[in-house]
Unconditional design. Structure first.
Ligand code: GRF
Length: 203
């Protein structure tokens, strides 16, 4: 069975992209292959990671388009050009428009650094998520991989992993623990699961 061409959409550091690349090299992600990286930030360090592994990369920044629709159209054209079958939002700090969502039903997944539905939705991104968890005093947080639909962080959950909150945690310390103990395993595992579905191995 052919491997599923994956596009990783990024905005920043790209440690989740790195986790996908590493898991591909380790044979954990084997039903799909990262065929394209799209960044909406020309200065994202994630782009250097793509270059290092010779993965084609495209920069598409919203500010260079007249409208959100123009951005969506260009993104969709790029995804189609590379015959992408699964879109992985790996730290992508933008909301995808309807044309992209409709073209990829159950074919777009996102990693969120909390146990959804807690600490998700509009405004919950980056360190804000961890700050909110600490402010609330939760003792357990974690990460979630979910399908992307028109509701921000609201699509069906694919995988979750819990991570303990410790006394004295700062948002930065907690973010690092959630990445190391949850995100970097969860995203490749979920990508493999969904690729297997797409390729027809499972229901
Ligand atoms: C991660 O915490 C991810 O859960 C969130 O954005 C962050 C991206 O980090 N969606 P990186 O760019 O993968 O290092």
């Amino acid at each position: 069975m052919a491997v599923v061409p994956i596009a990783a959409l990024v905005s920043g550091g790209g440690t989740n992209l790195q986790a996908l690349i590493d898991s591909q090299e380790a044979g954990i992600l084997r039903s799909g292959k990262i065929a394209l990286v799209v960044s909406n930030n020309s200065r994202a360090p994630a782009l250097e990671r793509a270059a290092k592994y010779h993965i084609p990369a495209v920069v598409a920044e919203q500010k260079n388009f007249d409208s959100p629709e123009g951005f969506d159209r260009a993104l969709l054209e790029t995804l189609e050009e590379y015959r992408i079958q699964l879109v992985v939002l790996a730290g992508f700090l933008a909301v995808l428009g309807q044309p992209v969502l409709q073209a990829y039903p159950d074919r777009i997944i996102n990693i969120h650094p909390a146990l959804l539905p807690a600490f998700g939705g509009k405004g919950f991104y980056g360190l804000k998520v961890h700050q909110a968890a600490l402010d609330r005093g939760v003792k357990i947080t974690g990460a979630t991989v979910h399908y992307v639909d028109e509701n921000i962080d609201g699509g069906k959950i694919i995988l979750q992993k819990a991570v303990e909150v410790r006394e004295g945690d700062t948002p930065e310390i907690l973010q690092k623990r959630v990445m190391e103990q949850a995100e970097w395993q969860l995203l490749p595992a979920a990508a493999e699961l969904v690729c297997r579905k797409i390729a027809g191995f499972e229901g």
